[in-house]
Design a protein around this ligand. Structure first.
Ligand code: PNS
Length: 166
């Protein structure tokens, strides 16, 4: 059966952990939509356009992956596009309560929508976009945390923001 899933997130910016989950989803399902969405509890550092550009670049060789962005509810978008399931990475236990809450809420809003959790790869267990931004903002090396092809652009962008704040 043809199965479409969505990997939603803020991706501010995309990390190697996100990319690992997208790649694994792309081998398991027919079609993967990567949704760059608004998380109302976070203030992003990168614009939606920048985040989409990074994601398009790092997924360009994956034929069944599409990158989109939309405003509004994830559960509603999934209904409109006949998405079968949400795929998310689960890192340390600390992620669990937040992810569980979102999964239950999305299921209440759209009872056909399942949430599937993939265990984060051991290298990405403690990797997050916030950590990448913090390390980069202090001049640290982020090359082990983000895809190689966008690493210098992320570093430059964060350095520019730092200079503005100084
Ligand atoms: O990477 P994040 O910030 O943990 O991802 C959270 C995200 C963007 C997937 C979540 O905030 C979301 O789904 N936002 C879209 C609006 C929505 O549907 N909110 C209700 C979520 S239960």
């Amino acid at each position: 059966m043809n199965k479409t899933v969505i990997c939603p997130g803020s991706f501010d910016p995309v990390t190697l952990g996100h990319l690992d989950i997208i790649k694994r989803a792309a081998t398991m399902f027919d079609r993967v939509i990567v949704g760059v969405l608004v998380n109302s509890s976070k203030t992003p550092c990168f614009s939606i356009e920048e985040r989409i550009e990074f994601l398009k670049e790092v997924t360009k060789d994956m034929e069944n992956v599409e990158v989109v962005s939309f405003a509004g509810l994830l559960a509603e978008y999934c209904r409109q596009r006949n998405v079968d399931a949400i795929v998310k990475g689960l890192r340390a236990v600390s992620d669990f309560e937040y992810e569980f809450q979102m999964a239950i809420t999305n299921k209440k809003l759209n009872p056909h929508l399942e949430t599937i959790f993939l265990m984060a790869d051991s290298d990405s267990m403690y990797l997050s976009s916030s950590m990448v931004k913090e390390v980069a903002s202090m001049g640290g090396d982020i090359s082990n945390f983000v895809p190689q092809c966008i690493c210098s652009r992320i570093e430059k962008r964060i350095a520019k923001l730092q200079n503005k704040e100084d």
